[in-house]
Design a protein around this ligand. Sequence first.
Ligand code: Z5A
Length: 218
Amino acid sequence: MNKGCFITFEGTEGCGKSTQIKLLDEHLRALGHRVRLLREPGGTLIGEEIRHTLKHSHNNAAMTAEAELLLMNASRAQLVREIIRPALAAGEIVVSDRFYDSTTAYQGFGRELDLDQVKAVIDFAVGEVRPNLTLLLHVPADVSAERLRSRQSTLPFVRDRIEEADRKFFERVAHGFGVIAANEPQRVKFINGAQSMAAVCAEIWKIIQPLLPKVGRW
Ligand code: Z5A
């Protein structure tokens, strides 16, 4: 049985996941918890190579939606077995920037692959590993676009195949996240990510803090 707990962050691009994960990590470590931060796709050496293929490789323009689905889950299968399972067994708090809800939202709703087939691939990749809690940060599309624009203006341009999709794709993804949250309200907590960083952080902490005494007994 797992002794640790598994928290995932989800949402559309620029919703503030990485920012909030960093703040949560600081909070948890200050209280003496052992924390493991991960990201998807990626998080292992093999997964980071797959991430490069999915996002930045010069040769990825012709990638099909089916290949994208399988590569996301190849990265995930490695991450689950190499890192997540052992970390949970050791009692760590595992925090991942995206997990399988992103596959449902992006490859299922966004790419419009069959949702039952998407679920079957996810189930094969993760086995019994499920998040205890998922924080879904919601920001309207214009807020997300403005944040990404201002971040890009400070960084050198790096092509990202997934970001090349059209507006309708991202609208379907956002809708998909809404459906996921509605279907699993116990696990998936909806957070208004358009508030100030401090306000979002406080809302997240209000959800996580009561769970902490249970760490070690999950
Ligand atoms: N993907 C998939 O298709 N299927 C899958 O199964 C999985 C993933 C697992 C991963 O991209 C891509 O893979 C992603 C989904 C797909 N594709 N897209 N498009 P990634 O890892 O490179 O990036 P991301 O996950 O989309 O996240 P992001 O763009 O880096 O954003 P974020 O982490 O959510 O936000 P942030 O970096 O914390 O904040 C963005 C900016 O906003 C930054 O400048 C912050 O300083 C600022 N910010 C953050 N919070 C606030 C608030 N509250 N107010 C004002 N400004 C803020």
